[in-house]
Design a protein around this ligand. Structure first.
Ligand SMILES: *[C@@H]1O[C@H](CO)[C@@H](O)[C@H](O)[C@H]1NC(C)=O
Ligand SMILES: *[C@@H]1O[C@H](CO)[C@@H](O)[C@H](O)[C@H]1NC(C)=O
Ligand SMILES: *[C@@H]1O[C@H](CO)[C@@H](O)[C@H](O)[C@H]1NC(C)=O
Ligand SMILES: *[C@@H]1O[C@H](CO)[C@@H](O)[C@H](O)[C@H]1NC(C)=O
Ligand SMILES: *[C@@H]1O[C@H](CO)[C@@H](O)[C@H](O)[C@H]1NC(C)=O
Ligand SMILES: *[C@@H]1O[C@H](CO)[C@@H](O)[C@H](O)[C@H]1NC(C)=O
Length: 342
C-alpha cells in the first residue's frame, strides 16, 4: 500500500516537467507591426505608460499589446488595450492616429477613459477587416458617427459611450451583420432614431442597444419597438409617442430603461416580457393602472414607475410586494389597497 503514497507526487512531478518543457517560447513580434506600434506611440504623444514600447524589446510583451499565438500568423498584433484608471496626464493625448489602420490582424481596440483623447474616428479604421471589438468609451472623441464604420463587417461589439459624438445616428448603422452590442450612451446625439435600427436585432438577436443620455427626439420607430432586444436603454432623451409595441410577454428582453423621456401610453392592458429583470419607466407620461400580469415577472428586481400619471390599486402579488413606495411615488392616484393610497 505504501507505494500508492508515492504515486501522486511522482505524477505531479511528471506533469510539471511536461508543461515546463512544452511551454512555448515568447511570441516573436512581427517587425512590421512593431514599426507601426512605434508610430502609434508617437501619435499618442509618447504616453508615460508606454515606456516598455521601445526598439530593443519584443513588442508582444509591451504594455497593452497582445499577439497572435497561432503558428500561421504568429507575432501579429491582435489586441491593443489601455484603460486609464489614473490621472488624465497618464493617459493618451491627441487624436486616434491613422497608423491604427496598419495593424491588419487587430481584432480588439480598447482605449478607455482618456480625457485628452479627442478628434474624430479616422477612416483608416476601415482597413481593420478583422476588428471585432471597438471599445472606446469615456474619452473626448467627437464629430459625427461615421457611416463608414459599417465597412468593418467583422464588428461584433461597439461601445462609444461617454464621448462627445454629435449629429444623428446614421441609418446605415443597421448594417453590421455580426453585431451583438451597440452602446452609444451619454453623447450629444440628436434627431430621430433611424427606422432602420430595428434591422440590427435580426443579425444575431437578441441584441444590446444602449442610446440613453443623448438628445434623441421624435417617436421611437415601430421597427425598433417590434424587434426583440436583450437589453434596451433609451433613457434620458426627448422621445415621444407610444412604445407599447415594445412589450409582449414572449419577447426575450431582460432590461428595459425608458426613464426620463416624454412617452405617453396607457399601461392598463400591457403584457410585459416575462424574463424582465429591470423595468424602469420613471419620469414619463404613463396613464392607466399597473396590470396584474406584472406579478408573472418572477425575475424582476429593478422597477420604477415614479413621476407618471398612474392610478388605481397596485396589484398585490409576489413581484409587486418586493417594491416599497419609493418605486411608485409620486403618481396621479396609485394605492396599495382601497384604504392606503400613496
Ligand atoms: C526598453 O524597455 C525595457 C522594458 O521596460 C526597459 O527595461 C529598457 O530600459 C528600455 N530601453 C530603452 C532604451 O528605453
Ligand atoms: C477615469 O480617470 C479618472 C482620472 O482621470 C479617474 O479618477 C477615474 O476613476 C477613472 N474612471 C474609470 C472608470 O476608470
Ligand atoms: C459601455 O462602456 C461604459 C464604460 O465602461 C459602460 O458604463 C457601459 O455599461 C458599456 N455599455 C455596454 C452596453 O456594454
Ligand atoms: C431590413 O432587412 C430586410 C431583410 O433583411 C430588408 O428587406 C429591409 O429593406 C431592411 N429594412 C431597412 C429599413 O433597412
Ligand atoms: C436608466 O438609465 C439611466 C441613464 O440614462 C441611469 O441613470 C439609470 O441608472 C438606469 N436605470 C437602471 C435601473 O439601470
Ligand atoms: C425612482 O425614480 C425616482 C425618479 O428618478 C427616484 O427619485 C427614486 O429614488 C427612484 N426609486 C428607486 C427605488 O430607485
Amino acid at each position: 500500500m505504501a507505494a500508492h503514497y508515492h504515486l501522486v507526487p511522482i505524477s505531479l512531478l511528471g506533469l510539471f516537467f511536461f508543461f515546463f518543457l512544452a511551454s512555448p517560447p515568447a511570441l516573436a513580434c512581427d517587425a512590421g507591426d512593431r514599426a507601426v506600434l512605434l508610430k502609434i506611440k508617437a501619435g499618442f504623444q509618447n504616453p508615460g505608460k508606454f515606456t516598455s514600447w521601445n526598439e530593443s524589446t519584443n513588442c508582444c510583451t509591451w504594455y497593452g499589446v497582445k499577439c497572435n499565438p497561432h503558428i500561421d500568423d504568429e507575432g501579429r498584433v491582435t489586441s491593443l488595450k489601455y484603460w486609464n484608471d489614473g490621472a488624465a496626464s497618464d493617459g493618451l493625448s491627441g487624436s486616434l492616429p491613422d497608423e491604427l489602420g496598419n495593424l491588419p490582424f487587430l481584432s480588439k481596440l480598447m482605449l478607455a477613459n482618456h480625457t485628452n483623447l479627442y478628434g474624430v474616428l479616422p477612416l483608416a479604421l476601415t482597413r481593420l477587416t478583422r476588428l471585432s471589438i471597438l471599445f472606446l468609451p469615456l474619452n473626448s472623441l467627437s464629430g459625427a458617427l461615421p457611416s463608414f464604420l459599417t465597412q468593418i463587417q467583422s464588428l461584433s461589439f461597439i461601445n462609444l459611450s461617454y464621448n462627445k459624438f454629435s449629429g444623428v445616428i446614421p441609418p446605415e448603422f443597421s448594417n453590421f451583420p455580426a453585431l451583438t452590442v451597440l452602446a452609444l450612451q451619454a453623447n450629444n446625439l440628436e434627431g430621430e432614431i433611424p427606422s432602420t435600427i430595428g434591422n440590427l436585432s435580426k443579425s444575431l438577436s437578441p441584441l444590446i442597444l444602449s442610446l440613453g443620455g443623448n438628445m434623441l427626439s421624435g417617436n421611437i420607430p415601430k421597427e425598433l419597438l417590434a424587434a426583440n432586444w436583450d437589453l434596451l436603454d433609451l433613457s434620458h432623451n426627448k422621445l415621444t409617442g407610444d412604445p407599447t409595441a415594445l412589450f409582449a410577454a414572449n419577447k426575450m428582453t431582460t432590461y428595459i430603461n425608458l426613464s426620463f423621456n416624454k412617452l405617453e401610453f396607457d399601461m392598463t392592458g400591457i403584457d410585459f416580457p416575462v424574463r424582465l429583470i429591470m423595468l424602469t419607466l420613471e419620469n414619463n407620461m404613463i396613464t392607466g393602472s399597473i396590470p396584474s400580469q406584472i406579478n408573472h415577472l418572477s425575475d424582476l428586481v429593478f422597477f420604477n414607475v415614479s413621476y407618471n400619471q398612474l392610478c388605481g390599486i397596485i396589484p398585490a402579488g409576489p413581484v409587486m410586494d418586493r417594491f416599497d413606495n419609493t418605486h411608485f411615488f409620486p403618481n396621479k392616484c396609485l394605492c396599495r389597497s382601497k384604504v392606503s393610497c400613496l
